[in-house]
Design a protein around this ligand. Structure first.
Ligand code: 5RP
Length: 236
């Protein structure tokens, strides 16, 4: 599956594949400690979240309930013995949600959707009292840049792409909700202004820009260990 990645001169020092894997695992295992039995927990999607699932699968969490953001996460979580249920069945409220990201800027803006799950991921993150992002240091960028993932209504998709300007369909299957996955490829001078513009465009189901106000904290793992940076979302 194609994935959006932080690229360009502003990208932090790149990591070898082995380093990126080790740091993703470290961030995920650190965040797994935030999960306690009895909690209602949102599970993101992607390779970093796969390490989170593995860590949770090793624990005894018989009363915890999990809302998954993709069929892949749901399958993997169930296979590890985690009790997955729908967000609606959990009353639309979660104690905690944990997810990866493709880009994180110094203000706490995220780009998500490299795994095309950003619509469900945003719904789950917004339903959580605490939203924790888990990343390796190569996801840290000085400035958010393209590609910004999109999910589009299939009807008249060429019209929507034309109205967006620089945007292209991604060669991946439709989302489980029937949306077509695309990427906005134009400039990102002001993330908030672009988020507003993408949200206002008819035909856009959701975009992959997550505002700092949705993020409680960011667990960052790299060569100097694991750090937890506070986000803009107030606790509670
Ligand atoms: C999926 C996502 C992922 O969280 C993001 O792409 C990061 O993926 P990975 O943990 O594999 O690097 O937004 O839609």
């Amino acid at each position: 599956m194609a994935s959006a990645r932080a690229t360009g001169p502003e990208q932090q020092a790149s990591l070898s594949d082995a380093e990126a894997i080790a740091y993703k695992r470290a961030a995920a295992r650190s965040a797994a400690d935030l999960v306690h039995d009895g909690m209602r927990v949102g599970l993101g999607t992607g390779s970093t979240v796969a390490f989170l699932l593995a860590a949770l699968g090793e624990r005894s969490l018989p009363e915890a309930r999990f809302a998954a953001t993709s069929p892949a996460t749901e399958r993997a979580a169930r296979a590890l013995g985690l009790a997955v249920t729908g967000l609606d069945e959990l009353g639309g409220e979660l104690d905690l949600a944990i997810d990866g990201a493709d880009q994180v800027d110094p203000q706490g803006w995220l780009v998500k959707g490299g795994g095309a799950a950003h619509t469900r991921e945003k719904i789950v993150a917004a339903a959580a009292r605490e939203f924790v992002v888990i990343v390796s240091t190569d996801k840290l960028v000085e400035r958010i840049g393209a590609p910004v993932p999109l999910e589009l209504v299939p009807f008249a998709v060429q019209t929507t792409l034309h109205a967006l300007g620089q945007a292209k369909l991604r060669d991946v299957p439709a989302s489980p909700d029937g949306g077509l996955i695309a990427d906005y490829l134009g400039p990102v001078d002001d993330a908030r202004a672009l988020a507003r513009r993408l949200s206002a465009q008819p035909g856009v189901v959701e975009h992959g820009l997550f505002e700092p106000e949705i993020v409680s904290s960011i667990v960052i793992a790299g060569p100097s260990g694991v750090q937890r940076r506070a986000g803009a979302k107030p606790p509670g």
